[in-house]
Ligand binder design. Sequence first.
Ligand SMILES: [Zn+2]
Length: 316
Amino acid sequence: MIDPHVHCRDGKQTYKETIRHVFEIANKQCVEKIFDMPNTNPPILYEKDIKERLKLVPENQKGNYFLYIGATSNKKQLEEAVRCYDKYKEIVGIKLYAGKSIGNLALINEKAQKKFYQILSNLGYKGVLAVHCEKEIYLKPELFDPAIPITHSYARPKEAEIESLKDQIKFSEESNFKGNLHIVHVSCPESIKLIDKERKEMRITCGVTPHHILWSNEMLNRPDGLLYKMNPPLRDEKDVETLRQYLKDGRIDWIETDHAPHAIGEKLFTPFLSGYPSLYLKDFVSKFLPDIGVDKKLIEKLTFENIYKIFENKLK
Ligand SMILES: [Zn+2]
């Protein structure tokens, strides 16, 4: 299997997770290749960051480690990002945080995002643009009360994801973006509907995490509920049911774990970080998915074939 969305941390966050350790657990989970995300500390934005990052890859895993380069609205940085995409086989695409999640790597306002798409289109970029969709003006951080963890899902409502997704589609169309727009960790059925509507018009794909398929936000009501705090948050029972159905219907392109470990104290106490160590694909794929009626052929597509198709130029 390929896991096209992990956070290996390393650098100043080595105490949370490392590339070496992710490969150890990935291999036990039958995952061969991983795509790392650039919201590290320091973030991956320039060629020098890529070079440093690649030094951390264990010798026996070269060829299995891939990563996204981060995006800013700075023209020079984006030129370098596109150049690195062309130059390094390991760079699978550009990642845009259209809302702040973990780290400071984000382009939160519409004007900056619009400019970003325009620059990328002018540069003739045709690779994958992976976007974390959560629109800041719809977030209500004041609603989060750590004593009642489920308030996290009210603080980051699904409207934030849906409205951000609409923005990405609009900016992508307006700028005549020729790349593949990939919406990461889709958390609600409304997003899938919007994406399906665009599939004929543009190159667009979406991924879902195991946790958004497995659990509703009821998990946040458990005594250890803070552990289930992630961005975007877990949604209600009805949304989970519908997401499962859409997965079975083949309306989701792939599974991406969004494996994002923190130290347990950072989750249970201030700053109550979002993220879940979710690289447990083996049981999810061999037991849970067949149990809810996803057939073997579709599982192969969700964990390998569909991913391979989009990233073939990098993976072959
Ligand atoms: Zn992520």
